[in-house]
Design a binder for this molecule. Structure first.
Ligand SMILES: [Zn+2]
Length: 134
């Protein structure tokens, strides 16, 4: 079979393209979620499913095993530009707003940590040995 396709030349600039610098058609100002906020679709209320289009430039450390399966063990992000956020439910484009995260998990985690600390303190106070037991 000779179905070998050479690397595409599609990435080369079309003839007559004088300036290599591209004009970015639109500069999307999608708010980025933070540690305390999350996206919410303003038209349908979706909180959990978005198609995100972004342009990233990264350097990755690939570690391949002897079978040839690769794992990215390190990733350095040089640039990361968010271009579009599309709602998976209603297809709205760049119609997200930031809302506070439900901090249920944070509260639970905080409580667990507190309880653990309390438990440890109690245990330490209750049966602190006078010296090394053995
Ligand atoms: Zn939506």
């Amino acid at each position: 079979m000779s179905s070998f396709v050479p690397p595409s030349t599609a990435s080369s600039l079309p003839p007559g393209t004088a300036s290599g610098r591209r004009q970015y058609a639109r500069c999307v100002t999608v708010p980025l979620p933070t540690a305390t906020t999350r996206w919410r679709c303003t038209s349908c209320g979706n909180l959990t499913r978005f198609d995100v289009t972004r342009t990233s430039r990264v350097t990755e450390f690939l570690h391949l095993d002897l079978a040839g399966t690769s794992t990215v063990e390190e990733r350095t992000v040089h640039s990361d530009v968010l271009e579009q956020v599309r709602c998976r439910w209603c297809d709205a484009v760049d119609a997200v707003e930031l809302v506070p995260r439900a901090d249920v998990e944070a509260e639970l985690a905080g409580r667990a940590v507190e309880e653990a600390a309390l438990g440890e303190a109690r245990a330490a106070a209750a049966d602190r040995p006078a010296g090394p037991g053995a």
